[in-house]
Design a protein around this ligand. Structure first.
Ligand SMILES: C[S@@+](CC[C@H](N)C(=O)[O-])C[C@H]1O[C@@H](n2cnc3c(N)ncnc32)[C@H](O)[C@@H]1O
Length: 932
């Protein structure tokens, strides 16, 4: 049964609908009539509520007339629902506002209801804007309701569109004979889906008569779907045929245009399809594709192509939010600020506006790992929006000068837009996304044109396609970027190149990385840094800007000087940076990838760099800071490099744990313990053996510590003998000479740097980044520490206290390397460089006492493991308080404020590090530091 609200709407009794059923108020405006190119159109105000007005037009005009009317209505009603209707359908239009940088753009959303359609979503929308009859609401509450009903959520759009495309994909997949090579099949299905998408877009964006493609399927293909494959094959060929090569006779394809631009060039002969596919096409045609952002095509196509990624929709693709995080501070915000400034210039405004248009027309944009083109799509759309804002302002200026009416219309005759598709470039190694990118760029162009029509009444005809972006298929690390997009002073490069750690990249990729950097030693540099190297070569000797979304590992640990050193030395500085933020993934149970975005410039503009922090309470606008260093801190521009002894006198040394190199033969697991313990000889050599797992999770392991081995014991214990023999054999077989040498002493651990005669500290080599503190443990000297730990003698407790402080944790997390996302302690980079301030004896004693108190609080929980004690959400209160007291003392020693933020701790650490290292660097004339 149709909803009573729909019944009322279908009778076109909108006034009763709003006044009686939805409880809105009486209208307050007279009718508005506008004229355009000899046509008239009248809108009647049927209702309103606190200035939010409802207008009804009893016709469905073309978009120019509609835009003209909307402009007039906007003068009296900022927030308005405009309903256009005829006997078959009604279209409800509502301006959706989107904030982007400092500006807000508006696009008219369109909600279509066909008479007789029982789709409950339309009734739901009406229900949402129903107001209580016994209560007066304020304007904001009503606006929220209307937005809830009519602002279309991009995310849901993606999901819905993906579902429709997935259905098409599945239906086609079934129809393919099994003899077809799966790669060919996948390629052909993907090409076909991109074309169908283009045709549905054409239906909804006035590329030709509305619903021409839908009607073609309805009227010219058999309902059982058997001929739809051949009909589409023929239609695709028609769309790629220039009019002069057509026969001129009337055909079922009449009305379709010659498209050009490679979308329909490749000949694909579709298999015999079926009614399921035909129904899926018709259902997909039913949705309004006009509002779908082509920037989502990447994720949409990925999701339809394989089930696994369908589940993880969006995971591999950069969201629009993250794209704008990159493009806004790199160049768009600056252009928007220029526009805002020019608008204050009075009589000089028009001239400056034209200059700004020229400037954005000179910009060339390249994404050298463009995938389906989402970065270039968004960049294009934003620049077109800017140009439109300039044109709108120029028009206002002319109107103010009295050039209205016919003169006004002529103002933009023969308008030559400055932002053009052929200013955009991409490189992509995978052929298929590169083709999607080309199609998607054409569709965003169409959407931008429709905005132009809606705003200025100008209609542009882009068919056949004449201008196209350049999307080059190929390997960005081996291609010459300048041959794809010749660099100019206005070239911008940005994207999200692939991240591959040194363990996951292939040998070929490692070789590409070496070639890009022009050196053999690429250390632990991520594959993504090849794009930085190529950008340096590309811009060499020129002004430019570039920014990449990357894994945050490029700003941590050992790789930092290797990457940022050459960048700074080449005269680049950081223009903006988004500090670490998690990459949103819908996949459950997957470790989050952590990213940063760093943008560089080599221009000597006076703009201070902008730093964006993404901690829970500062996920907001960026801060202008004096400088941003390679660790993404607004602090002195220093590199923390390996050091063999502590930088500061008085800091105890830390050393590696003991490395067995024994294939497990000197280690005793819990399962083996009984047997070894039962051997009266072997038992005397048993010692607890502690690695990171044992330390953090309280697990137990032992080792056979045979430094004082009585050789006779080997003959007394077959267990001992067997194990020692096995170690010798294993070492002898090794390809490493150093290991073979160790076979001469098979009873000993391969390396034994951690020998202690007094209680000592064990530091786990890796600890979760989610813990607030780095947990270390004091153990008795008979305990052996493994090579997955570091050890230190710490008779006073000073080291324990310092390493247990938040200041140390900040240093560790900022300059230390990572294993996946976990923190990796190192003595050479982290510990030896810890820039401890001068600490007087009294403060030192207090810090030591505070450290002891932490140990005492831990001791209150004898059965809890360190991992349990340091779970952030469940840390015992007294233990946390003991750490707080310790923090206060250490922070004070560093001259930080009472409860410093992470950023403040980082600043004081780098400042102190610079103080300590500057004299050292001055002694080494060849040493160079990066430039701020
Ligand atoms: C992380 S994706 C980003 C793609 C797209 N910008 C997005 O956000 O959806 C990285 C892209 O780089 C491409 N790629 C990987 N290695 C490449 C190489 N050596 N040269 C060019 N493109 C490459 C991949 O195929 C993929 O499309």
């Amino acid at each position: 049964m149709p909803s009573p609200l729909i019944e009322r709407a279908e009778k076109h009794d909108y006034q009763k609908l709003f006044l009686h059923d939805l409880n809105w108020s009486r209208p307050d405006q007279p009718p508005v009539t506008v004229e355009y190119d000899g046509q008239h159109i009248t809108a009647t105000n049927v209702s309103q509520y606190r200035g939010i007005r409802v207008w009804v037009v009893d016709q469905t005009p073309d978009s120019r007339l509609e835009a003209e009317l909307d402009r007039h209505l906007a003068r009296s009603s900022t927030d308005r629902i405009v309903i256009f209707h005829d006997e078959h359908e009604q279209v409800w239009r509502w301006p959706v506002r989107r904030a982007s940088g400092n500006t807000t753009t508006t696009r008219l959303s369109r909600h279509r209801h066909r008479t007789g359609d029982t789709d409950p979503r339309f009734a739901n929308k009406l229900d949402v804007i129903r107001l209580p009859f016994d209560q007066t609401l304020d304007a904001n509450t009503v606006l929220t309701k209307v937005r809830q009903a009519f602002d279309v959520e991009a995310h849901n759009e993606t999901k819905h569109a993906s579902k429709l495309m997935a259905r098409l994909y599945a239906a086609m997949e079934k129809a393919y004979p099994t003899s077809v090579d799966p790669k060919v099949q996948d390629h052909e299905i993907s090409v076909t889906l991109a074309r169908i998408l283009f045709l549905m877009f054409g239906d909804d964006t006035e590329m030709w008569r509305e619903n021409l493609f839908q009607d073609f399927i309805l009227e010219h293909t058999a309902t059982d779907g058997t001929d739809i494959g051949s009909k589409l094959t023929a239609l695709f060929a028609y769309l790629d045929t220039e009019p002069e090569h057509r026969t001129g006779e009337r055909t079922e394809f009449d009305g379709f245009r010659y498209v050009n631009g490679r979308i329909f060039t490749e000949r694909v002969t579709l298999p015999v399809l079926n009614s399921e596919f035909r129904a899926a096409v018709l259902d997909a045609c039913d949705r309004d594709w006009k509002t779908i952002s082509p920037a989502i095509f990447g994720s949409m196509f990925q999701s339809v192509r394989d089930a696994e990624t369908r589940r993880q929709l969006g995971e591999h693709y950069t969201s629009e939010e993250n794209i704008l995080k990159t493009l806004n501070p790199l160049f768009l915000d600056e252009l928007r600020a220029d526009l805002a400034h020019i608008r204050t210039l009075g009589k000089y405004e028009a001239g400056k506006l034209n200059k700004l248009r020229d400037k954005i027309g000179r910009i060339r944009y390249m994404d050298p790992a463009c995938g389906c083109g989402n970065f270039i799509i968004v960049a294009y759309r934003e620049l077109r929006d800017l140009e439109l804002a300039i044109l709108e302002r120029l028009r206002e200026i002319d109107i103010a000068k009295g050039k209205t009416g016919e003169g006004d219309r002529k103002l933009f005759a023969n308008l030559d837009l400055k932002v053009s598709l052929d200013h955009f470039y991409g490189i992509e190694i995978d052929e298929w996304p590169a083709r999607i990118a080309e199609t998607a760029m054409f569709l965003i162009d169409r959407q931008c044109d429709l905005k132009l029509t809606a705003s200025l009444g100008l209609a542009l005809d882009r068919l056949p396609i004449k201008k196209q972006p350049t999307i080059r298929g190929g390997n960005a690390l081996t291609l010459d970027w300048a041959a794809v997009c010749p660099p100019t002073a206005d070239t911008v490069v940005a994207g999200n190149p692939p991240f591959l750690g040194h363990a996951t990249r292939t040998d070929a990729q490692a070789q590409e990385l070496r070639a890009a950097w022009g050196k053999n030693d690429i250390s632990r540099l991520d594959y993504v840094t090849g794009w930085h190297a190529k950008a340096l070569t590309y811009f060499a000797g020129r002004h430019g800007r570039f920014a990449f979304v990357t894994t945050n590992s490029i700003t941590q640990g050992d790789p930092v000087p290797h990457l940022f050193g050459p960048i700074f030395q080449a005269g680049w500085r950081i223009r903006f940076a988004h500090r670490t933020f998690p990459w949103t993934s819908e996949a459950t149970g997957k470790a989050a990838v952590h990213c940063v975005i760093v943008g560089f410039t080599n221009q000597s503009d006076s703009d201070k760099p902008v730093l964006f922090d993404h901690t829970a309470d500062t996920n907001t606008a960026g801060r202008r800071v004096r400088g941003i260093n390679a660790y993404l801190v607004d602090a002195p521009n220093v590199f923390v490099t390996k050091r063999s002894a502590p930088l500061v006198a008085g800091l105890p040394e830390t050393t590696f744990g003991n490395m067995p190199r024994d294939e497990g033969n000197l280690i005793v697991t819990p399962e083996q313990y009984q047997e070894v313990h039962a051997d009266p000889v072997a038992r005397t050599y048993l010692r607890p053996f502690i690695g990171a797992e044992e330390l953090l999770h309280g697990k137990e392991r032992w080792c056979l510590w045979l430094t004082n081995l009585d050789p006779a014991d080997l003959s007394r214990s077959s267990l001992l003998r067997k194990r020692v023999d096995a170690v010798r054999e294993f070492r002898l077989k090794s390809s490493a000479a150093s290991t073979r040498q160790m076979a001469a002493t098979p009873h000993l651990f391969g390396q034994r740097p951690a020998l202690h005669t007094k209680p000592y500290l064990v530091i786990p080599g890796v600890s979760s980044e989610l813990r607030e503190f780095y947990p270390v443990l004091r153990v008795e000297p008979h305990v052996s520490a493994s090579n997955l730990t570091f050890t230190a003698s710490d008779p006073s407790g000073f080291l324990f206290a310092i390493i247990s402080s938040s200041m140390f944790m900040t240093w560790q997390a900022t300059v230390g390397g990572r294993l996946e996302s976990r923190l990796r302690f190192s003595n050479t980079i982290v510990w030896n460089n810890l820039p401890l301030p001068d600490i007087d004896q009294r403060t030192r004693d207090n810090i030591i006492t505070a450290g002891h108190n932490v140990e005492l609080e831990r001791a209150e929980h004898p059965t809890a493991t360190l991992a349990q004690l340091y779970r952030t959400e469940a840390m015992p209160t007294n233990l946390r308080m003991a750490h707080d007291r310790l923090d206060r003392l250490v922070d004070k020693a560093f001259a930080a404020s009472d409860h410093p933020t992470l950023a403040e701790r980082q600043r004081v650490l780098f400042k102190r590090y610079e103080e300590l290292t500057a004299p050292l660097l001055a002694q080494r004339p060849s040493a160079r530091r990066g430039r701020a």
